[in-house]
Design a binder for this molecule. Sequence first.
Ligand SMILES: [Zn+2]
Length: 393
Amino acid sequence: MTTSATTYDLLLTGGTLLDPAQGINARRDIAFREGKVAAVAERIDPSQAASVIDVPGKLITPGLVDLHGHFYHGGTGSAVHADRNCLAAGVTTGVDAGSAGCMNYGAMKDYVFPAHRTRLLAFLHIGAVGLAANRVLGGGLHDLHIIDVDRTADAIKQHPGFFFGVKVRMHVDAVAYWDAPQAMKLARAAADQSGSRLMVHVSGTPIPLPQILEHLGPGDISTHAFNGNPESMLDRNDKIRPEVRAAIERGVIMDVGHAGVHCDVAVVRAALAQGVFPDTISTDIHIAPPGRTVYLMNDLVSKFHALGLTLEQAVAASTSRPAQVLGLQDSLGSLAPGMAGDAAVFDLREGRYVWHDMAGHNVEGKVKLDTFLTVRAGQVAWREGRLLQLGEC
Ligand SMILES: [Zn+2]
């Protein structure tokens, strides 16, 4: 709370700010006021702040933005509790990737998401009931009558700032190969009609990848882009397919959508060696079936750093870049004064760490980000293993 005696609500002192959008990687104090970043400087007088947290030696980044997760908790069998999975990982903005469709998004928007402090945004599934029956129907496009282009586009248009596009699952469990081209056309039509963008699940596709990518233009998102299924981004000789290069060149976003089963370390290594980097790192966080490893964002930043991205590149792919993909770069993804007061503070642990994928590959790294605290809208929302109440510090 701001009192007349103080200028700032909250002040973080002594940490190292890594903010790729501002080109800062240096010791900075950061002050918040009324939900936003108020000041960033080498020293800010602690007496000006109502509450001060000293974080010497810790890494401060803009609050992470997870471009692909599942947060319709209770609305679908596999969606997670957003705050427990986002704030604990330094994520302050979570984007739900099509858990709901045009017929069942109301409860997600009006009841489930408002119960969380994490900023929650969404892509609307082209299937009218989203992933409500994911475990049995895999995304549910076995009968294309479930697609209502007009209603989907109308819902997106009616909720600007909440819906950011259309999601379609091009997976063999979700849609038959004879229907897949039509499903892609309808998803494209809904995205165009709503003036938004398309996010396509490209792992385990029923049709060749080039037939999917041809529907994607600048700003559309290929999620699970680094999967190791037969129609991956690599050809038989492990070279990046020309259609993938062409998609990247015209501005299609290559998103990780890790999930454990949709990101193959061998594909990532081959892609990086050929100069293809993930635009955005995202979790595809969901309630995993037994035996499946899923990672939260702080672990994925660490894992991609271990795979060869600089820490700055990995943080950019988890902050400023996803903000830009959403068109929200003026408010999210950086800690410049005036931006949303969303920040993450990490302990940068050094040791020997191993991350897995479901193809059986391990990645070894020497650095791991452990979340120390998460600031959301200028207040501490998560600290050392615990979700805080509003106003707690
Ligand atoms: Zn997903």
